[in-house]
Design a protein. Structure first.
Length: 135
C-alpha cells in the first residue's frame, strides 16, 4: 500500500541501520508501519541487503530513508528534529524513555514555560526528537 502523496517528506539517511531504525520507530507510535523496502542487490552500489530506499509512516505521517552507499563526514544534527505532539502522559513518557535509551537527553522531560510537559532527545541512531504533551 502506497502512502498518500505529500509534497514534503522527511528523508533520513543511515549508515547500515535504516531497517533497524524504521522497525524501532514504527513500534513506538500507533497506526505506524513500514510500507515499502527496496534493498541493494549483489554488485550494486550499497551493501547487499541494506536499504536502497524505503518508506514508512508514523501515525499516518510519511517518511523515507536509505542506507547510504557512500561514506560521508556528517550525520544527523539536533538543529533539525522531528516534533511529536503526544496525546497523553503515557505516550510522552513511554516514547521519551524508549527514544532516550542508548541515546542522549537534550532537554529532560519536564514542565517548561512554553509547555506543560516537553522533552528533547537524540536517539541511538542520531535522530533528534522533540516531544510535547498536547493539552
Amino acid at each position: 500500500m502506497e502512502l498518500p502523496k505529500q509534497k514534503f517528506t522527511t528523508f533520513l539517511m543511515f549508515d547500515g541501520k535504516a531497517e533497524e531504525a524504521m522497525n524501532f520507530y514504527v513500534s513506538l507510535f500507533d497506526s505506524s508501519k513500514i510500507t515499502n523496502i527496496l534493498r541493494y542487490g549483489a554488485n550494486e552500489a550499497g551493501v547487499e541487503g541494506t536499504v536502497m530506499k524505503a518508506t514508512f509512516s508514523l501515525n499516518g505521517q510519511a517518511f523515507m530513508c536509505i542506507d547510504s552507499s557512500a561514506k560521508h563526514g556528517f550525520t544527523f544534527t539536533p538543529a533539525i528534529s522531528i516534533y511529536v505532539a503526544c496525546d497523553s502522559e503515557d505516550e510522552i513518557d513511554r516514547v521519551f524513555e524508549s527514544l532516550s535509551r542508548d541515546g542522549s537527553v537534550l532537554m529532560p522531560l519536564s514542565s517548561y514555560p512554553f509547555s506543560q510537559k516537553f522533552g528533547w532527545v537524540q536517539d541511538k541512531y542520531g535522530v533528534s526528537w522533540q516531544l510535547n504533551l498536547s493539552k
